[in-house]
Design a protein around this ligand. Structure first.
Ligand SMILES: [Zn+2]
Length: 226
């Protein structure tokens, strides 16, 4: 959204990293030529940017599309989120969510895992990814559960905006099939029949380091007066 800065005496455009990544994807990445798509950023949290009819959606106050903080598991005993509520999507689908899921599976299962010796602080999504690639059952299951939760939610997203494609961006998206396969499977399973087989689930074509910066810089082109 465009605001006037009292400090610089200039109009500035403010957005979050997921919205900036969506614009970056549209101008420099895999969404070139697309008018309706969604970018999901998977970092320590989960962000999302929606483009509808070629325009980034801001909503009334500039906060449209915060699907990371929509509920996937309702109820008072579900995971606490940084936003103060419980059962938010990002408590399951994010680097932190993956860790929480991994520890839950380890607690509930007797299966051996090379990750059992690591603490919550020592674990990160890259370590879990590497273990999964080596065939670690618990690590693979943690990715599957994460993709399942994302797929469920994306089926709702498709019903809301009817996108041509959904792009996954960020650390967890680098896990490729480990995250894409269950996400696609559970999205398709839960889609209304009119959408089935029509929505592309794609990796972002922007590199992790510069997507948001590229997107943010390209926002100026979307303001006619400039
Ligand atoms: Zn939340």
């Amino acid at each position: 959204m465009e605001i006037f800065s009292k400090h610089t005496k200039l109009n500035v455009i403010v957005t979050n990293d997921a919205n900036a990544a969506a614009v970056g994807e549209m101008i420099y990445g895999g969404a070139k030529g697309m008018k309706n798509f969604v970018v999901i950023t998977l970092g320590t949290g989960l962000g999302s940017g929606f483009v509808i009819d070629g325009k980034l959606v801001y909503g009334h106050d500039g906060f449209a599309g915060e699907i990371g903080h929509t509920t996937i598991r309702p109820g008072p005993v579900n995971r606490e989120c940084g936003c103060g509520r419980k059962g938010c999507l990002e408590t399951y689908v994010s680097a932190t969510g993956l860790k929480r899921t991994l520890l839950k599976i380890m607690a509930d299962s007797n299966q051996p895992s090379e990750l059992r010796k690591l603490s919550f602080e020592e674990l990160d999504s890259e370590i879990i990814h590497d273990a999964a690639k080596r065939g670690d059952f618990i690590a693979k299951l943690a990715f599957r559960h994460t993709g399942m939760m994302l797929g469920f939610k994306l089926a709702d997203v498709v019903a809301h905006t009817n996108p041509e494609a959904i792009f996954l961006f960020g650390g967890l998206a680098l896990a490729k099939d480990l995250i894409f396969e269950p996400t696609k499977e559970f999205m398709e399973e839960n889609l209304l029949s009119i959408y089935k087989g029509k929505v592309k689930l794609l990796p972002s074509e922007l590199s992790t380091q510069n997507a948001a910066v590229l997107g943010a810089s390209s926002l100026v082109w979307s303001v006619k007066e400039l």
